[in-house]
Design a protein around this ligand. Structure first.
Ligand code: 4NP
Length: 160
């Protein structure tokens, strides 16, 4: 029997801090659960300003300290994403609003959620933009994402 596949797109503003971190954290969780064949993961930004760039060096450094290798390349969200992905997850209200504005129809609109809707223990209602912040901002991003990715995986496992 063909196994069911579910795809997830993580989205932030620049696709160089939050969403590449979510992508890498989720990839590790999925791999550790033996579900890499069934769950596809990618990330993108609502703006294309950093297209082609590796994640921000500060984000890479904080990620590396927790064992994550952040090596995706920034790309902007495109129209195909709305059709191809099952879950489209924005990091904050601005990301979610931008995604909803770009969504081509009601079916794709329903795929859009806030990342923190899947939080288990963290009480933050969004993943704050760390770009103009200090070290603690980058650590907070990782704390929130590690927690929400666990919740997301639990939800997805019920649908496989
Ligand atoms: P991200 O962070 O959306 O988490 O990738 C940012 C990256 C770049 C900028 C803002 C936020 N920027 O203004 O260039």
């Amino acid at each position: 029997m063909k196994k069911k596949k579910i795809s997830i797109l993580f989205v932030c503003l620049g696709n160089i801090c939050r969403s590449p971190s979510a992508e890498t954290i989720m990839r590790k969780l999925v791999s550790d659960s033996g579900l890499s064949e069934q769950i596809e993961i990618d990330s993108a930004g609502t703006m294309g300003y950093h297209e082609g760039e590796l994640p921000d060096s500060r984000m890479r450094m904080h990620g590396a300290r927790r064992g994550y290798s952040l090596d995706s390349r920034s790309r902007p969200v495109c129209m195909d994403d709305f059709y191809e992905f099952d879950y489209i997850l924005g990091m904050d209200d601005r990301n979610v609003a931008d995604l909803k504005r770009k969504a081509p129809d009601a079916t794709t609109l329903r795929k859009i959620h806030r990342m923190t809707d899947f939080s288990k223990n963290q009480l933050h209602d969004h993943v704050p933009d760390p770009y103009y912040g200090g070290a603690s901002s980058f650590e907070l991003v990782l704390d929130i994402l590690e927690d929400a990715c666990k919740g997301l995986l639990e939800e997805i496992e019920t649908r496989l």
